[in-house]
Structure formats: structure tokens, C-alpha cells
Design a binder for this molecule. Structure first.
Ligand SMILES: CC(C)(COP(=O)(O)OP(=O)(O)OC[C@H]1O[C@@H](n2cnc3c(N)ncnc32)[C@H](O)[C@@H]1OP(=O)(O)O)[C@@H](O)C(=O)NCCC(=O)NCCS
Length: 208
């Protein structure tokens, strides 16, 4: 990856289908046979928690090669407060350009923009091996628990980064995933019919 061979800009309406296809390619057979993330972004753009000013695409040689987006959500603090935070994703890079630094580049760029907008923290589900390099740590270290997770369950997928240092100081509580991320398999199947056929494969490492 050359530092100057890409641009990052806000997603526009004209990009929607290309971005959905990009996300589909990027997530296909990674976490499950097929994927749902292309439909998730389709739905999230109309959600009131969606933040159009933090909805980014990455372009290289005239094609879209990556995307990332953010949503508003909350922590229900144990002391009764409601703490406004961000959650993030899907984030995806086109398959042939994965592991060349583009993912980290769009991630760091979009986190800078979120910080500049004054948001305090980002929490979401992800792999510490990738996000740790951009300053994320386990959310449990900040005293934040993942909703509906049994007490002793593995929560190492649940990550947090403060954008305002100390934003979560003195807060313990439960993170809520925005409802918009939950889609039905039937709706995904129906939506997927509008895309080129792709084979769903059961592969090692999938989590669903
Ligand atoms: C995850 C994703 C966005 C990362 O983007 P990327 O451009 O491939 O990653 P980068 O090259 O910027 O990675 C930087 C470093 O993070 C780490 N990393 C990246 N992806 C990783 C992965 N899947 N597992 C473990 N470590 C990873 C590596 O250490 C990497 O450096 P290295 O390649 O020199 O070892 C991209 O691979 C992707 O689209 N994956 C499929 C969809 C997905 O899983 N999205 C995230 C859902 S939470």
C-alpha cells in the first residue's frame, strides 16, 4: 500500500449499491456461510441512529475498495445515567486488498473524524488483533458489559476506545447494540437475490 494511492470521502447515494456489493464481497463466508452485512448497511442508512457525517468510503483507481460507518447508541450506566456513545461497522475492505493496510487507514481516518465531532467513545464487537493497533482495548477494562451476555461468558470480542480521554471514568454499565443491526435471515435472503449469485460455504473459523 502506498500512502497516496487512495482517497477517503463520505458515501453518497450514488454509491449505495456499489458499497453494498463491496461489503457483500468483503464479508462473504467470513463469519458464516454467505453474509448479512450488505443488507445491514442497507437498513442502517435509514435508521435514526445512523450518522451520515461518519459514513465513509475509500476509493482507489476509480473503484470503491473500502467502507466504514458509525451509529449512535448508549451505555445504560449502573447509576441510572444514560451515556451517549458510538458504535461502529460494518467495516470492510475488498477481498483482494485485505491485509495491506487499507483497513487500518480508513479506520484511523474515521476515528479522527468521530473525535473531531466531539463523540466520547466507540464500543463494538471486533477482533483485538486488528482494532488493538488503532487503540482499542477490551471494553471490560472500562467497566462496560455487553448486553445479554452471561456473567462468565467470553467477552473478548467486545472492544472500546475512548475518543475523549477519561470519558468513561467513573462509569460502569451495559452497552446496547442499536436495534438496526438485527436483521432477519429471510430479509437477507430476499435482498441477496438482487446480487450476482455466490456460493455459500461452511468454512473453518466461522462463528455462526
Ligand atoms: C477486517 C478488515 C476490515 C481489516 O482490514 P485490512 O485492510 O485487511 O487490515 P490491515 O491490513 O489494515 O490490518 C492491519 C493489521 O491488523 C491485523 N489484522 C487485520 N485483519 C486481521 C484479521 N482478520 N485477524 C487478525 N489480525 C488482523 C494485522 O496485524 C494487520 O497487520 P499485518 O497484515 O501486517 O499482520 C478486512 O480484512 C475485512 O474487510 N475483513 C472482512 C470483513 C470483516 O471482518 N470486517 C470487520 C468486522 S468486525
Amino acid at each position: 500500500m502506498n500512502k497516496n494511492d487512495y482517497t477517503i470521502r463520505l458515501e453518497e447515494k450514488k454509491d449505495y449499491r456499489e458499497v453494498e456489493n463491496l461489503v457483500r464481497e468483503s464479508f462473504w463466508n467470513v463469519y458464516r456461510p454467505g453474509c448479512s452485512e450488505h443488507y445491514v448497511i442497507h437498513v442502517l442508512r435509514d435508521d435514526e441512529a445512523f450518522i451520515p457525517e461518519l459514513d465513509f468510503v475509500m476509493e482507489k483507481d476509480g473503484a470503491l475498495i473500502g467502507q466504514n460507518m458509525f451509529m449512535k447508541t448508549i451505555i445504560e450506566a449502573d447509576d441510572g445515567r444514560v451515556i451517549d456513545i458510538l458504535t461502529m461497522g460494518p467495516i470492510g475492505i475488498t477481498p483482494k486488498l485485505k491485509r495491506q493496510g487499507y483497513g487500518k487507514a480508513i479506520l484511523d481516518y474515521s476515528l479522527e473524524k468521530a473525535t473531531a465531532m466531539g463523540f466520547g467513545a466507540v464500543l463494538f464487537e471486533g477482533n483485538i488483533d486488528f482494532y488493538g493497533k488503532s487503540g482499542f482495548d477490551y471494553a471490560r477494562k472500562f467497566g462496560i458489559r455487553y448486553h445479554d451476555l452471561p456473567e462468565k461468558a467470553d467477552d473478548s470480542f467486545f472492544l472500546c476506545k475512548e475518543l475523549i480521554p477519561g470519558y468513561l471514568d467513573g462509569i460502569t454499565g451495559v452497552y446496547q447494540t442499536p436495534q438496526g443491526y438485527y436483521v432477519s435471515d429471510e430479509d437477507v435472503e430476499e435482498f441477496d437475490k438482487a446480487f450476482p449469485p455466490k456460493e455459500k460455504l461452511k468454512l473453518p473459523g466461522q462463528i455462526f
